[in-house]
Ligand binder design. Structure first.
Ligand code: PMP
Length: 362
């Protein structure tokens, strides 16, 4: 077997080994078709069966209610930052954004191109170390929608539960870094989107789940490729979709189902992250940066308080096969991303390395 390190990357990130092996086996020939998975037409029977199966698995795994569409888009979550307001934020209208990190700010910046943006809450004053409570969140009078980032990849914070939008505003969620990491109540959302490259598959595919009646709230003419309606009506096959990415996504969804679905995955994620936070809370050297009650189960950020010691630990860990632990520059220190496919043994290995390092550096 090829050498495989423990990969703590924030994204693109670790995928299940069984998925990588299965994808590898089908590169030269998808099943017995004699044509590789990347070489099949997106209109041919084999690929249409794959995209339909991917959609069916999403509906089953996330218990998607009737009246919602499952869409496979491109342009990453970043294009959704623009596509959502382009479709749903009228000129002169207001959308409310919960500012809990760099990605929420980027989303809000794009929305300003189309209408007004009201900051419903922000934790920027404390370097986004927490999720503001509902009591600290103030909505505008009549927002078109409320946008939030369920998990803040850079700062390692995560909403314990989703916010409740006022009036008939609908809820929009960027779930790029915690999609399908725990059970989700899709009925609470108008639009839920995520780049695939953390919990779902390779980069290049963006999953969106959209409540169909919202298409009636489209507020301006937009190019076909930026119109949700195009993807709803064309079953995400208006143009050539990222076929290989959708195939791998389908394999990841099969893996999620085999693992016991979102509640089993959620329990495993909770166990992995809790083990690491418990160690960090007891450590004399390492400290978690996110406030208790806001801590992400996906991205665990921690520091020693000394940049040189941080760098020394990152090197120490790297030499032991614990890769990509360097934190984002806006937080510094370390970030251990523990997405669905990250093995529990990798957490044990990291804690062991920290204990050893601590005994010589504390
Ligand atoms: N939102 C969040 C929460 C992210 O973590 C990222 C990527 N790290 C993005 C948006 C941007 O995603 P993309 O690169 O797919 O545009």
């Amino acid at each position: 077997a090829p050498l495989r390190h423990y990969n703590f990357s924030a994204g693109p990130a670790v995928l299940p080994e069984s998925v990588l092996e299965e994808a590898g086996r089908n590169l030269m020939s998808l099943g017995d078709t004699g044509v590789g998975i990347m070489e099949h037409s997106h209109r041919g029977k084999p690929f249409v069966a794959i995209i339909e199966r991917a959609e069916a698995l999403i509906r089953k795994i996330a218990n998607v209610p009737d009246g919602y569409s499952v869409l496979f888009l491109q342009g990453g979550a970043s294009l959704q930052f623009a596509m959502c307001p382009m479709n749903f934020l009228p000129d002169g209208g207001t959308a409310d954004y919960l500012m809990t990190g760099s990605w929420s700010k980027k989303a809000g910046k794009e929305a300003k191109l189309f209408g007004k943006v009201h900051t419903a809450c922000s934790s920027e004053a404390t370097n986004f170390d927490r999720i503001p409570s509902p009591a600290e969140t103030t909505y505008s009078d009549d927002p078109a929608y409320v946008h939030f980032t369920s998990n803040n990849t850079i700062f390692g914070t995560q909403f314990p539960t989703e916010p409740t939008p006022p009036g008939d505003a609908f809820l929009v969620c960027d779930a790029s870094s915690d999609i399908f990491s725990r059970p989700v109540d899709v009925s609470k959302y108008g639009l839920l989107y995520a780049g695939a490259q953390k919990n779902l598959g390779p980069s290049g595919v963006t999953l969106a789940i959209l409540r169909n009646d919202l298409l009636e709230r489209k507020c301006r003419e937009v190019p076909a490729m930026l119109d949700y309606k195009t993807y709803v009506e064309g079953q995400s096959l208006y143009n050539t979709p990222p076929t290989f990415g959708i195939y791998v996504l389908m394999l990841v969804l099969e893996w999620i189902e085999k693992e016991g679905g979102l509640s089993a995955i959620g329990e495993r994620n909770e166990a992995k992250a809790t083990k690491l936070y418990d160690y960090l809370d007891s450590s004399k050297l390492f400290k978690p940066t996110a406030a208790k009650g806001s801590r992400s189960l996906m991205n665990v950020c921690f520091v020693t308080g000394n940049e040189e010691t941080d760098a020394a630990f990152i090197k120490y860990a790297d030499e032991r096969g614990l890769k990509t632990l360097k934190g984002h520059r806006s937080v510094g220190g370390m970030r251990a991303s523990l997405y669905n496919a990250f093995p529990p043994a990798g957490v044990d290995k990291l804690i062991e390395a920290m204990q050893e390092f601590e005994s010589t550096h504390a």
